[in-house]
Design a protein around this ligand. Structure first.
Ligand code: BES
Ligand code: MN
Ligand code: MN
Length: 466
């Protein structure tokens, strides 16, 4: 099964790369208003590409923010229906001077395609389009019904996605969602993801005097907002245990089972490789009592993402700055709620404020954590597809990153997701020199093409007894 598809993919791989390169030239940075027109152009490009491969409906769908793309090819209502989800927006590119080739001038070096969005997520969305093309060009029809939703706001928190799902509800109805926006555990270790962390964020502003003051004239008698912020931030974690000290932070956390912990412990994890992909750090840190994988997959965390205040220019400037600020985010695990955790962090920050400053905490929209079933027939179908292409049974993992729509599908539509992505830990997503290994791009197309066969046949399969 699937040789015809594999042959088609092999014969057309150079063109698959060329077409992806064209998409990667569009700077669809959702976070930056200056790129709004580019995000739209990107959506139009994907809708056209979907139409070209054989989706019968393919259109740009408006939201109050950036547009999404919806497409479908309904073969026969009696066949299984899959909803493909992906995102067409990308992260900002700075620091720009660290890119070897410019982020929106894709370049192949040593079998890897370098560009912003190469693997997160334009390349993986494109795998889906090419898998559909392979089916239709080799066989003339799909073995199941496909719907496709590609949003343009994932990298800014899927701000309007729940609203979009509500309004498109009838067109999104499917047996299962397939999401290719994750990676595999390591090169040569295919894997399926069954858990993603959630996210919440706050921005804190600390204000003191109404203007920057001379630090000699006023120093000693005036609270320094940068110092106040530093103390407040430092109070959020216990350096001895690595635990977050925010009252109630861990209250709702569902710990992993012993079986899960044993399974994670048996994965071929290399701490050396991890430190290398983590930018060459000399040692890992984290919450006492948990392994590196557990700290990243099943434990909640708090990070300071940015901090500002005072004089940053050349030379010295002897002032007490008027204000300081920071962006903080937390990764969440079941059954933590973004709003609740954000409020607790806000409370802890206010409580830690020293006298002489005012503190404002702005809570941002978050996303819920999610765990997806590992025994769903479509997950088993994905395991067979992966095993056929990678030549090895996939392992089951979680990821530390967040894809809020997966939880939205579960809660709003009662629909489970299969997380089948082919990125690698060293792809440098969100960082300079993001890349997609072209052999993984090719294997990804084959996995997805085969997945449609496996799902179409798997409907007759008995549930496994594991
Ligand atoms: N594709 C990533 C999420 C991801 C990364 C999953 C690595 C698994 C492994 C996604 O595009 C992403 O970056 N999500 C954001 C969500 C946030 C902006 C709400 C994230 O995790 O920071
Ligand atoms: Mn992504
Ligand atoms: Mn991302």
């Amino acid at each position: 099964m699937g040789h015809d598809l594999d042959d088609y993919c092999a014969a057309n791989q150079p063109r698959f790369v060329d077409e992806l390169v064209e998409l990667l030239r569009i700077p669809s940075v959702s976070a930056q208003p200056a790129h709004a027109a580019d995000v739209r152009r990107n959506a139009e490009h994907i809708a056209a590409a979907a139409q070209a491969v054989g989706f019968t409906t393919a259109e740009v769908v408006e939201t109050p923010g950036h547009p999404a793309v919806y497409a479908e090819r309904i073969v026969d209502p009696a066949l299984p229906t899959v909803l493909i989800y992906g995102h067409h927006d990308v992260q900002p590119v700075d620091p720009l001077d660290e890119w070897v080739s410019p982020p929106f001038e894709p370049q192949v070096r040593d079998g890897k395609l370098y560009a912003r969005g190469a693997v997160d997520d334009k390349g993986q969305v494109f795998m889906h389009l090419k898998a559909v093309e392979a089916h239709l060009r080799t066989r003339g029809e799909l073995p199941l019904n496909l719907r496709l939703i590609v949003e343009g706001e994932e990298e800014i928190g899927s701000v309007h996605f729940e609203q979009l799902v509500e309004s498109l509800r009838d067109r999104l109805v499917a047996d299962v969602a397939v999401v290719s926006d994750t990676g595999i555990f390591a090169r040569g270790v295919p894997s399926l993801t069954v858990g993603l962390r959630g996210l919440c964020g706050v921005e804190v502003h600390v204000r003191g005097p109404s203007l920057d003051l001379h630090s000699g004239v006023f120093g000693g008698a005036v609270q320094n907002p940068v110092e106040a912020l530093a103390r407040m931030l430092a109070s959020l974690k216990d350096p001895a245990t690595g635990r977050v000290t925010v009252p109630g932070f861990y209250d709702e956390v569902v710990p992993p089972t012993d079986e899960e912990r044993a399974a994670y412990a048996s994965l071929p994890f290399s701490e050396d490789e991890f430190r290398a992909t983590a930018g060459g750090i000399t040692q890992t840190v984290g919450e006492e009592g948990w392994t590196v994988l557990e700290r990243r997959w099943v434990r909640p965390t708090l990070e300071i993402n940015g901090i500002w205040g005072g004089y940053q220019g050349e030379g010295s400037k002897t002032i007490i700055p008027a204000h300081a600020g920071a962006k903080i985010s937390c990764r969440l695990v079941p059954a933590q709620k973004p709003q609740v955790i954000a409020e607790r962090v806000a409370f802890a920050l206010r409580a830690a404020a020293p006298p002489g400053v005012t503190v404002e905490v702005v809570v941002k929209q978050g996303g819920n954590p999610v765990v997806t079933p590992s025994d769903h027939p479509a997950v088993r179908a994905a395991a067979r597809a992966m095993a056929a292409v990678f030549g090895k049974e996939p392992v089951v993992i979680r990821e530390g990153g967040s894809i809020p729509p997966v939880e939205v599908f579960q809660r709003v539509l009662g629909m489970q997701s299969v997380l089948v992505g082919v990125g690698l830990p060293d792809d440098q997503i969100h960082a300079p020199n993001e890349k997609f290994d072209l052999d993984h791009y090719a294997m990804g197309v084959r996995v997805l093409a085969r997945l449609w066969d496996e799902i179409a046949e798997g409907v007759h399969e008995q549930p496994a007894t594991v």
